[in-house]
Design a protein around this ligand. Structure first.
Ligand code: JFZ
Length: 429
């Protein structure tokens, strides 16, 4: 009988909660048509029509060392790559399918190079593995809510044996957990309708994964999707409960808590533009200052942020993403003390930004160009030893006497009438 152990759990989750910031990478055959990773489904494309991308895929510029460096320089601590996405194409060399990078012009195991590169940068290694598979013939086609062939009567399910599919993907997960050394994150994706939990053979799968990779941190999508907290939150963990909640494209308004109101471990995954996979015309990139604020918001609510990039057909991360990451990295270099190892501050949310905290240090992130005495709500007057600008270390006087008299109980940081903001974004006290 599976028994959840809080101490083991907390220990396993330590690095992950300190890290706070990771890189998500969506890359596969769908990077060639450049219409997002769901195109086979949204366009109800047959496997034959999709075959041209397999024939063409050559990964000519694939250099995961570059990806890893970029992540490292942006201040990220871990990376998660799509080993297999819903289209069923494997970036890794699976012996259970022909539908893999090894059999394309790329001609090699791309996951192997990736794990080596990420480790060499001192980052934690994560792999994303889809639960859906639009390539496998035993996965339901006709009538499934999502499958590309859902409306095609010729793709009936009479001769499909779902248990064969489950056996297949379990074996692939076994390969992933066996052939690439220690994995730090395993990101299953995703449950929907009645396709969840034991339908995926989840207890058996989890037992295998936990045996092969005792340290690995797993998301909650064997029983949930981008919505839904999972059984750990309900206080009744299944044997296949995830280690963290994985809100998608949303930063939960109040963070994520379990039934007892205790904070849960969570990670918001966020795209830079509006697609996970490379998209040729989607140029709606969020500016770096916005993403920095989002990261701070996550940390202030006790969560991580997994920020996505979608490399192009050749394996190059889009220029826009590179530029954004380098701006984030500049900020992180000076301000990472307010991110790593930080969490919920338990002080009122200020008008001007967010607060993160590590032990007895409070980081007041100012999202706007604040002037004069700035209230640091929630701090006790006589307990504040000093106030410093984090990026530069310069001293900031504690409240002046004229402020005192009107608001005797509030601690103010006196930025003066014309504070010099080092980068005009998220100024951290
Ligand atoms: C999933 C993937 O489908 C998507 O391609 C990407 O990998 C993202 C990180 O995870 O996103 C979802 C999950 C659930 C639904 C839609 C997209 N859903 O329930 O419709």
């Amino acid at each position: 009988m599976y028994q959840f152990n809080r101490d083991d759990y907390n220990k396993r989750m330590e690095w992950y909660q300190d890290a706070r910031f990771g890189m998500f990478i969506h890359w596969g055959l769908y990077s060639i048509p450049a219409r997002g990773e769901w195109l086979r489904s949204t366009e109800e494309m047959s496997i034959e029509d999709y075959q041209k991308y397999f024939d063409e895929f050559d990964a000519r510029d694939y250099d995961p060392k570059k990806w890893a460096k970029l992540a490292k320089e942006a201040g990220m601590k871990y990376v998660v790559l799509t080993a297999k996405h819903h289209d069923g194409f494997c970036l890794f060399d699976s012996k259970y399918t022909e539908y893999k990078a090894t059999n394309t012009k790329a001609g090699r195991d791309l996951v192997k190079e990736y794990v080596d590169a990420v480790r060499a940068e001192g980052l934690k290694v994560g792999l994303y593995f889809t639960l859906l598979d639009w390539y496998h013939e035993d996965y339901p086609h006709y009538g499934d809510r999502i499958h590309p062939m859902r409306n095609n009567k010729n793709c009936g399910n009479e001769n499909r044996d779902f248990s064969r599919y489950v056996e297949y993907f379990h074996k692939q997960v076994e390969e992933i957990c066996t052939n690439y050394g220690q994995l730090d994150v395993l990101w299953f994706d995703f449950s929907y309708d009645d396709m969840r939990g034991e339908k995926w053979g989840a207890t058996k799968l989890m037992n295998m994964v936990r045996t092969l990779q005792p340290q690995v941190i797993i998301d909650n999508r064997l029983e949930a999707s981008g919505e839904g907290k999972g059984s750990l939150a309900e206080g009744n963990p299944t044997p296949y409960h995830g280690d963290f909640v994985s809100p998608e494209q949303i930063i939960p308004p109040e963070g994520v808590k379990d039934v007892n109101g205790d904070p849960l471990v969570w990670e918001a995954c966020i795209t830079m533009n509006n697609n996970w996979g490379y998209h040729g015309t989607d140029k709606f990139f969020k500016p770096a200052p916005m993403l920095i604020k989002k990261l701070v918001e996550c940390v202030s609510k006790g969560g991580n942020m997994l920020l996505n990039v979608g490399p192009d057909a050749y394996g190059n991360i889009p220029e826009e993403s590179v530029e954004i990451l380098s701006q984030i990295g500049k900020w992180m270099k000076r301000n990472h003390d307010s991110i790593y190892g930080c969490g919920i501050a338990n002080v009122p949310k200020p008008d001007y930004g967010r607060v993160t905290r590590k032990g007895n240090k409070y980081y007041f992130h100012m999202f706007e160009n604040t002037i004069g005495p700035v209230p640091l709500l929630g701090l006790e007057k006589n307990k504040v030893k000093k106030i410093r600008a984090l990026a530069t270390g310069y001293e900031i006087p504690i409240s002046t006497s004229w402020v005192h008299s009107d608001y005797p109980d509030i601690v103010f940081a006196n930025l003066g009438p014309n504070p010099v903001l080092p980068d005009n974004i998220d100024y951290v006290l």
